[in-house]
Design a protein around this ligand. Structure first.
Ligand code: COA
Length: 230
């Protein structure tokens, strides 16, 4: 492994070779175009309430691998895709209250928003098949992303986490109240609180981000500084 190498070719080779094998036998490797159809199928299983335009499709996955191979990873059980993560590089000013929708930031699914010199690794999603949850697979996918941050000298990971737990309490409180309760750890959100456990910090609420009323159409802006170990 060319640790700390500044040679882009060496970096690329290393990232293409990235592999972590978990105790369960699940492997984390860079996404390949041959995974695209399985990845599309996994999207419908993991994000059943997302609008169709926000679901990633096979042709789009093939494009992501072409645009930014270092930012795309899959979790495999033998040859079966049971988890994945997709990212771009992006300039994000944390002090500027930037607003965008999920559809906008993912370039309609095609990642045309990828900024080759962007200083943050912006996470589009992390998905783990329901049969494989709570086995450390998401943490391993975030670890692979963190490795990319270090290789490319990025500030760290940023993402807008879905406030999935709002669906259960949406009748009794606003999304702002729910967000505050998750932030103060009064409530546990099945996505954002898990991301906090991995090491992310909650820095803000982005409203009108998604087209998914079950999470109040909103997400929590969360960051994971590159200096942190995960
Ligand atoms: C959120 C999600 C990616 C987590 O995947 P996972 O593989 O089950 O997560 P991990 O096993 O790596 O868990 C990470 C940490 O969160 C904890 N955790 C995971 N699920 C939890 C739950 N339901 N309740 C409490 N803690 C939980 C784990 O114990 C672990 O903590 P630890 O390492 O300190 O023990 C998965 O549930 C999922 O795909 N959800 C739907 C899609 C989604 O919301 N994606 C994220 C936004 S794009």
């Amino acid at each position: 492994m060319p640790e700390g190498s500044k040679n882009p070719c060496a970096i690329k080779n290393y990232l293409v070779d990235y592999k972590e094998t978990l105790q369960s036998g699940i492997t984390i490797i860079p996404m390949q175009t041959e995974h695209a159809e399985q990845l599309e199928a996994l999207q419908y299983i993991v994000f059943p309430t997302l609008a169709e335009e926000e679901i990633l499709h096979a042709d789009q996955y093939k494009k992501h691998v072409e645009i930014f191979p270092e930012g795309q990873f899959v979790a495999l059980d033998n040859d079966k895709v049971i988890g994945a993560t997709s990212t771009i590089r992006y300039h994000f000013d944390l002090n500027n209250n930037e607003h965008h929708t999920f559809f906008e930031i993912m370039g309609g699914g095609w990642f045309t928003t990828h900024e080759p010199n962007g200083d943050w690794l912006y996470g589009m999603d992390v998905s783990v098949h329901p049969d494989y949850r709570s086995k450390g697979i998401a943490r391993a996918l975030y670890r692979a992303r963190h490795y990319t941050c270090r290789q490319l000298n990025l500030k760290g990971q940023i993402t807008v986490g879905m406030l999935n737990g709002y669906a259960a309490v949406g009748d009794s409180m606003s999304i702002d109240e729910y967000f505050q309760k998750v932030k103060s750890h009064e409530l546990f959100d099945p996505t954002v609180s898990v991301q906090e456990k991995v090491g992310f910090e909650i820095v803000g609420l982005m409203k009108d981000y998604l087209n998914d009323p079950t999470c109040g159409n909103a997400g929590a802006v969360i960051v994971l500084d590159v200096s942190k170990s995960i």
